[in-house]
Design a protein around this ligand. Sequence first.
Ligand SMILES: NC(=O)c1ccc[n+]([C@@H]2O[C@H](COP(=O)([O-])OP(=O)(O)OC[C@H]3O[C@@H](n4cnc5c(N)ncnc54)[C@H](O)[C@@H]3O)[C@@H](O)[C@H]2O)c1
Length: 409
Amino acid sequence: MTKPRLRFFENAPGQRHIVESDRYLYRQDAPSHNLVVIGTGTMGQEHMRVAALLGRAKVLGIYDPQPASMDAAEALYATICQAPLRRYPDLASACNDPDADVLMICTPNVTHLEVLKTALASGKPIFLEKPMATTLADAAALMDAVRTHSAFVQIGLQYRYKAQYREAFHEVKVRGSLGPVHTISMSEYRPPFLDKVAQWNKFNKNTGGTLVEKCCHYFDLINLMADSRAIRVYASGGRAVNFLDFEKDGVPADIDDHAFVSIDYANGIRASFTLNMFCPDFSEELIVVGERGRLITHERFDFHALQPTQTSVNVELGESGASRRTALSYPALIEQSGHHGATYFEHIALMDQLDGRSVDCATVQQGLWSMIVACAAQESIRSGQAVAIDGFLAAQQLTHLLAPEGGQS
Ligand SMILES: NC(=O)c1ccc[n+]([C@@H]2O[C@H](COP(=O)([O-])OP(=O)(O)OC[C@H]3O[C@@H](n4cnc5c(N)ncnc54)[C@H](O)[C@@H]3O)[C@@H](O)[C@H]2O)c1
């Protein structure tokens, strides 16, 4: 029989006097894997926090060329874990520590390919933050580099683990309650991009563009829901409000802050995505409509009111069956640990992969297809024309990405 997990009771008032040797429900097994975190900014530190919360891995060491990021990560980790942390002097030593089981790359997008090449040379399993690259040429080079790697490479497209999308996939794919799906709409309304180290995220050359940097998450979700290949993308967008007067070292910011994107899929599904990045708070919506009904998910994160995330899924079946409205939540400690709990479940998938189990996690192919849609949308904004994916890839000598192994899977 599996021991029930009551680990989160361990720090409850009235339970702290239970000494280690008396712990059964609260006992935490020793971590069985060693992580090395490369790039210890916002996301690297989130992964360190979540690894400690989950308890299946310890952070063995960190590397970041910016001392302030290393210091902050080290100080954070000291508050959550007693284990000593190795500070590597350079990337190669971080990647080649013989005690490391997995390398987590959490550096700015434009550095991913170069950092990944050094990481791949170690032969170790790798977790690479999204988006996997900033251009399709780099994404294709990355695919080539990964092809001969015998260990796994997991991409950080983690929104599939948010409570509402897990439920939506189950409802649509497993229960099939909507019947055949024909349309998918998603939207994100949120505040501007936050400050980053050296403000890398204010420039398209570092990010690949707003639709690549941020919206690859949504294109991944839409691709998964459509379960087909995008064949045509039209987008309209631009810069209306954010960072219009921002410059660094004399170079003005150039990132878009709003967009509307339409996507046609090979199986006839039509999808749309709306982005607005000059809102006071965060909200996301997904609407999927099939022949028997409609599914709507909402996520609202009102940080001005210091409210916890509010998440729900509604299934409307009309005369086809029972409709329902359901509020969703993960345990508060998990939701608060990052991205409303998605990072925690992403770490479970990572740990399961290290334990040799097959898992639902973002593959390099899925990372690539999220980028193909995003890059086509950026190109459509630039040209004002709809972008046919076949021609778009052919123009970049990337037709081989359409081969089955480069396909959405
Ligand atoms: N999965 C998600 O939802 C999510 C959320 C936020 C950010 N991200 C991704 O995580 C990555 C990092 O973003 P962030 O928000 O942590 O940025 P950040 O600026 O807060 O941190 C990036 C860190 O990487 C370091 N760095 C730069 N070049 C490096 C190199 N060559 N080797 C090692 N470290 C290097 C920087 O000094 C900095 O400390 C980006 O790819 C971003 O898109 C993902």
